[in-house]
Design a protein around this ligand. Structure first.
Ligand SMILES: Cc1ncc(COP(=O)(O)O)c(C=O)c1O
Length: 454
């Protein structure tokens, strides 16, 4: 047996600290009409132990033993060498992927779900609320709440709720309550239903509902949990890249040339890429590529602005690349990539030229997903296919240039609950959407008069 396909770490080799990119690049503060938002202002929304992490600029942060213990249910995650994909493309590149589909709920989201549930539990919280797009995050948080003993309430974007009944059942099996958003559970949901009863929903709307549901609980024992975007979520995900570095070393790779991840709110990309961004800041030559859908191109077509994280404007202003908080994405099948904004840390890294975003249409992504399924054998989530499509492009480029590049991408989740999307692709019902500049310009009229990040 000469080919080693899976590079595995033992539990004792798991990273003991997370890497915090906020130590190495400066992100403009959250803003309210009264100026920068102090940490205390978040107290009704998040437990203060997580708020502390959100504002931290310490480079390395210890992973508590309790969180490590939860992570070992499935971590360390294997890194695979994609021999079969390489062969199909005929590329001289060596392709590796981190297999985050290994987690019980099927994606990278478990990494921050167990950390957030643990910190909330430590703080004495009894219940978490959240939103979910594709259903991956809701499943992961429901799983984490079950492990630590918290109640869980999930607002699921209407279109996914209808397309993915099994995701809802996973959440319910873990003991969570799941509502289609917009819902009649909140004032924000009722207001949107009154105006647009047929709306497919959006992550921005579901976030408004989940926050409202947490902060209006009269017992004060409920907090909100977010599966992407915020600094502490990016932090928890860095275990992916930190493991990958050790695994590349075991595989005998002295350097990596290209690092790729799909981006919705930015967390799986950040998790894999930020430890390599750190190397790049310190002189390494690496192309680091976040990949977004052409129909929801916040990094490649949005503007670097202060905008709200949600549609009902309940969140403070966040410095990020955005398409405007009113942006209503086309109902493409990568539900987890249909978010109007982008994590402030990912946005800032893009603004400073440390990462090089691209966008790809959904048909090319599904085609890549099919090639991957038929070669490597795992059916990718529609979100993940964006990273695979970019990897195939890079591998073909390496072939044309005759270069032995090392490409690493994040396999953020499996698609076994997303087969409706594959069905639509196979029966020719999917099409590509381009976002017209006029729509973006219209959305930005709402942001006139807002402060501008430097
Ligand atoms: C499998 C998978 N990959 C990627 C994403 C995108 O989120 P993020 O950009 O935060 O990683 C999602 C979101 O739901 C997802 O489920």
């Amino acid at each position: 047996m000469t080919k080693i396909r899976k590079i595995v770490l033992s539990e004792k080799d798991m990273p003991r600290q997370w890497y915090n990119l906020a130590a190495d690049i400066k992100v403009p503060p959250f803003m309210s009409p009264d100026g920068p938002v102090p940490p205390e202002a978040w107290a009704p929304v998040f437990p203060m132990n997580l708020v502390e992490q959100e504002y931290s600029t310490q480079r390395w942060i210890d992973i508590p033993e309790g969180v490590l213990d939860l992570l070992t249910r499935w971590r360390p995650a294997p890194m695979h060498r994609a021999y079969a994909l390489e062969e199909a493309i005929g590329t001289p590149a060596r392709i590796y992927y981190k297999n985050e589909s290994f987690s019980p709920a099927g994606s990278h989201k478990g990494n921050t779900a167990v950390a957030q549930a643990w910190y909330n539990k430590q703080f004495g919280i009894k219940r978490l609320t959240t939103e979910t797009g594709a259903g991956q995050w809701g499943s992961a948080l429901a799983f984490a709440c079950a492990l630590v003993g918290l109640e869980c309430k999930v607002f699921m974007v209407r279109i996914s709720f209808d397309q993915k009944p099994y995701r809802k059942l996973i959440m319910q099996t873990y003991g969570a309550k799941c509502f289609a958003s917009p819902s009649n559970e909140t004032q924000a949901g009722k207001a949107i239903l009154a105006k647009t009863p047929d709306t497919p929903g959006s992550l921005g709307i579901a976030i408004s509902e989940a926050i409202e549901s947490a902060v209006t609980d009269p017992t004060g024992e409920t907090r909100y949990s977010l599966g992407s975007v915020l600094n502490h979520v990016m932090l928890h995900q860095t275990i992916i890249g930190l493991e990958a570095k050790k695994q590349l070393e075991i595989a005998g790779e002295k350097k990596v040339d290209v690092v790729i991840g799909c981006v919705g709110g930015g967390s799986n990309f950040a998790g894999l890429a930020f430890p390599f961004v750190y190397d790049k800041i310190n002189g390494a030559k690496i192309d680091i590529i976040p990949v977004e859908p052409a129909s929801c191109p916040s990094l490649t077509k949005g503007h670097y602005v202060y905008d709200h994280g949600d549609t009902a404007k309940m969140t403070p202003l966040v410095a990020m690349y955005s398409l405007g908080h009113n942006f209503m994405p086309e109902p493409i099948h990568a539900g987890g990539l249909r978010y109007h904004g982008m994590a402030p840390l990912v946005s800032r890294a893009a603004k400073e030229g440390l990462i090089s975003p691209i966008s790809i249409h959904q048909l090319e992504c599904y085609e890549a997903g099919m090639i991957f399924a038929k070669t490597e054998g795992i059916i990718p989530a529609p979100e993940t296919t964006h990273a695979i499509a970019a990897t195939i492009r890079e591998a073909k480029k390496a072939k044309e240039e005759g270069k032995e590049k090392v490409i690493l991408f994040n396999f953020s989740g499996h698609g076994l609950m997303d087969l409706v999307g594959y069905d639509k692709y196979l029966s020719g019902q999917l099409k590509n959407y381009d976002l017209p500049d006029s729509v973006i310009a219209e959305n930005f009229k709402e942001l006139e008069g807002y402060p501008r990040p430097e």
